[in-house]
Design a protein around this ligand. Structure first.
Ligand SMILES: C[S@@+](CC[C@H](N)C(=O)[O-])C[C@H]1O[C@@H](n2cnc3c(N)ncnc32)[C@H](O)[C@@H]1O
Length: 205
């Protein structure tokens, strides 16, 4: 099953799922907010149903949420219709951000996304392209390259349509890919014990 098919089918159930670790989520949001300014043009890649977008949009000038899945974006737009905000919008886009203008964003965000894209280097190159010089790339990404025991489980789940395509990379390989896309890494963190979900703040050179 393709990435788009998987996420379109998953969207309505994903929207109902509670946040798995609320303290870690809130800590991440607080940390992201420290980097946001009221005039920032902000783009979130892989925004899902837009939950994080609604929480972060009040901290910036304009916030666009994008996702490969039309069904995810429809849910985000339904929420926006019932809670209108002139400084927030949602549209369908792949992580390659083909329709986003070059050097138009101050911040690119991606949460629980970059292990799901088919080509990490292309996705990071896209984030770099749409950022203004000095702009920030902020992402939280499961780096599961060392968790070899997950591979057969995920493979089995994929065979029955219960897991999306996933890329296994280590935190070292992830950081190296970010640097070679043209970023300086400013901060890294983990907001839960025993997690591989790596938080990175990087600056576009
Ligand atoms: C695990 S969900 C995370 C959603 C949201 N960022 C969050 O943290 O709750 C992954 C999201 O990435 C989207 N996605 C997967 N592959 C993508 C790609 N290549 N380009 C853009 N979005 C993608 C999926 O449709 C889904 O909404």
């Amino acid at each position: 099953m393709s990435n788009v098919e998987f996420w379109n089918r998953a969207a309505r159930n994903y929207a109902k799922r509670p946040i798995s670790n609320m303290p870690a989520y809130e800590q991440t949001l607080d940390h992201v907010r420290r980097h946001l300014k009221s005039d920032h043009e902000t783009l979130e890649v892989g925004c899902g149903t837009g939950s994080t977008a609604f929480l972060l949009a009040p901290s910036v000038g304009h916030y666009s949420g994008t996702d490969i899945s039309l069904e995810m974006i429809k849910i985000a737009q339904e929420k926006l219709a019932s809670d209108p905000n002139d400084f927030l919008d949602f549209f369908v886009s792949r992580a390659t951000l083909d329709d986003v203008q070059t050097a138009s964003k101050d911040v690119v965000l991606g949460f629980n996304l970059y292990h799901l894209v088919p080509d990490l280097d292309a996705a990071l190159a896209a984030a770099h392209r749409v950022l203004k010089p000095g702009g920030l790339f902020i992402a939280k990404t499961p780096c599961i390259g060392k968790m070899w025991y997950l591979r057969p489980l995920i493979k089995a789940l994929q065979l029955v349509g219960k897991a999306p395509p996933v890329t296994f990379f280590t935190s070292e390989a992830y950081d190296a890919a970010i640097r070679s896309a043209g970023f300086d890494i400013l901060e890294t963190a983990y907001y839960a014990p025993n997690t591989n979900n790596r938080f990175v703040v990087a600056k576009r050179t």
